[in-house]
Design a protein. Structure first.
Lengths: 242, 331
């Protein structure tokens, strides 16, 4: 049975259809890449899945539970974790940042401190526990963002461009992380523009353009798909129609 | 200073304060101290929603509700103020629930404006509901000394009552800030949407914060009316005394911190009394000009309040840790 089932999901912003009749499924333990040109609606999909936006039509099912109209915090408790494209750390120490989600599940501050420290250790940033996020590099802040999402113990983890803005060395350092997160028990959908990363890490790739899903398959299938090439590079083959 | 030294320092001050009435017999000195304790407690209570980034300018409503409830129960129905206190807290909480209804939708400056309007409505009700509140004449507490009546022949009992209240409220806000609720409020203040995405019910956290704050403010209303013997609508629901003053203290001391309200109240209360007294001989309301200047300068140059200057000095020595393991909770 699939972990996530998205059916006919649609979101309009005024006259703009940001997400248009989108349907896909994700199996437990998968690592799925979500790619597409700028403005394709990738982040909007994440916002719809995490409940930040409410959809105009369609349904979202996590496991056997329909969560289409659940409030964001309830979806998080149901098992959807996410990071934000622009990192949004709270104005408190790194450890305290990671304690916040833990405290939403267990009121004990001492326990939350332990949980948070364990997550930081897993992410290899326990040395930053007492630092303030404002003083850290972007790569470090992105790790905190992921650590915070991991502290929610997500069944489904939505990573929104966690590699963007990092230099090549940092990208190389962070790549194994995505697999590692999956090994911690999270099924992963990640949005990424760093193509090398998408090809290397994802088991399946969903391609969006103008709000619709135009292609879905293994990385090599997708890169050879004519519609995908068209979406990224413009018209080439007049016979490929959408 | 190490946390242990801070605790010793705090205990020493507390003991000194316990001894003040023994050595100073002047009613004026006692009154100023009592007023400082009152404002420490009021500001600390006001500050709880500020942990979550909510700036209320409507705390006079909870204050007035508490004061009126206990006063009416005592004067009209002969209910001891100590028992009336419980009912007053209940009614203040009810006021908190009513103000929370807009809070579900309104954040930031819109909540602040709604809180002012709420107080105004209550003030009008207190003026017009003559059969209950005695209208704008107000309610006088008859002078019948006795513990049961919360009426005393000297200033000392209220000195100790307000001292104890201030200590309890500040410790309570410390506990709240370092609890799960405190973390959720701070996260909500920092980034509401991100907090919700992490599973935090920020609306519930804001609501609980307002309820704590409303209840405690109601208690202070009760004590204040029995300390002053009189209560009329323009005082009980005074924007100036019980909404702006705690906000001013909090912002100047350090909004959303535990010790900011203490610093703010300790500095601003005597200054306020002094200014009100001396400047009113020159021109009525001139002290507001000074208040306004202090507020503008604070927000412009030390937006984190006075505590934000003091904190690095206090916690510098605390930073010399080698192991990042267990540390003292900061406030």
């Amino acid at each position: 049975m699939s972990l996530l089932k998205v059916k006919n999901l649609t979101k309009r912003f005024g006259g703009l259809v940001a997400v248009n009749d989108l349907s896909f499924e994700v199996s437990p333990g998968e690592i799925v890449g979500l790619i597409g040109p700028n403005g394709a609606g990738k982040t909007t999909v994440f916002n719809l899945l995490s409940g930040i936006h409410s959809c105009d039509a369609g349904s979202v099912t996590l496991g056997d539970r329909e969560i289409t109209h659940l409030a964001p915090h309830r979806r998080s408790l149901a098992g959807i974790g996410r990071t934000f494209q622009v990192v949004r750390p709270f104005e408190m120490t790194v450890l305290e940042n990671v304690m916040v989600p833990a405290l939403a599940r267990n009121k004990s501050v001492a326990k939350a401190r332990e949980t948070a420290f364990a997550v930081l250790k897993m992410m290899g940033i326990e040395n930053l526990a007492d630092a303030l996020p404002g003083n850290l590099t972007l790569a470090q802040r992105k790790r905190i963002e992921v650590a915070r999402a991991m502290a929610t113990k997500p069944r489904l983890l939505l990573l929104d461009e966690v590699l963007a803005g990092l230099n090549p060395t940092e990208v190389a350092e962070n790549l194994p992380l995505i697999r590692q997160l999956r090994d911690q028990g999270a099924t992963i959908i990640f949005i990424e523009h760093v193509m090398a990363a998408v090809m290397k890490v994802s088991e399946r790739v969903l391609v969006m353009a103008q709000g619709a899903l135009i292609c879905c398959g293994t990385p090599s299938e997708v890169t050879n798909d004519e519609c995908v090439i068209k979406a990224y590079l413009g018209e080439e083959d007049p016979e490929c129609s959408l | 200073m190490k946390p242990k030294h801070l605790r010793t320092f705090g205990a020493a001050i507390f003991i000194l304060l316990l001894l003040v009435p023994v050595f100073f017999k002047s009613t004026f000195v006692l009154h100023i101290y009592t007023l400082i304790f009152f404002y420490i407690a009021l500001t600390a209570a006001w500050n709880i929603p500020a942990f979550g980034g909510q700036l209320s300018l409507g705390h006079a409503s909870f204050f007035g509700i508490g004061a009126y409830t206990a006063a009416i129960l005592y004067v009209k129905y002969g209910v001891s103020p100590w028992f009336g206190l419980l009912i007053a807290v209940g009614v203040s909480l009810l006021g908190g629930v009513i103000l929370s209804l807009p809070l579900i939708r309104l954040r930031g400056p819109f909540f602040t404006l709604a809180s002012i309007a709420f107080t105004e409505v209550l003030r009008m009700v207190a003026i017009d509901w003559r059969s209950m509140t005695n209208g704008s004449v107000g309610i006088n507490i008859p002078f019948k000394p006795g513990f049961k009546n919360m009426t005393f022949t000297s200033g000392e009992p209220f000195y100790y009552l307000f001292l104890a209240t201030a200590v309890i409220v500040v410790l309570l806000t410390y506990r709240i800030r370092n609890s799960a609720l405190g973390f959720h409020l701070r996260a909500a203040a920092s980034d509401d949407e991100a907090a919700r995405a992490l599973g935090v019910n920020t609306s519930l956290a804001q609501f609980l914060a307002l309820m704590w704050s409303a209840g405690l403010t109601g208690v202070l209303g009760v004590f204040y009316v029995f300390y002053n013997y009189v209560m009329e609508p323009n005082t009980a629901f005074s924007l100036d005394l019980f909404s702006l003053q705690p906000a001013l203290n909090g912002i100047i001391g350090g909004m959303g911190t535990v010790w900011g309200p203490v610093i703010g109240a300790v500095l601003m209360t005597p200054l306020g009394e002094f200014l009100r007294f001396y400047l009113s001989t020159i021109q009525q309301g001139l002290h507001y000009v000074v208040y306004g200047l202090v507020l503008i300068l604070t927000v412009k140059f030390i937006p984190g309040g006075i505590l934000s200057i003091l904190e690095p000095l206090i916690s510098r020595k605390k930073k010399d840790r080698d192991k990042p393991k267990e540390k003292e909770e900061r406030s």
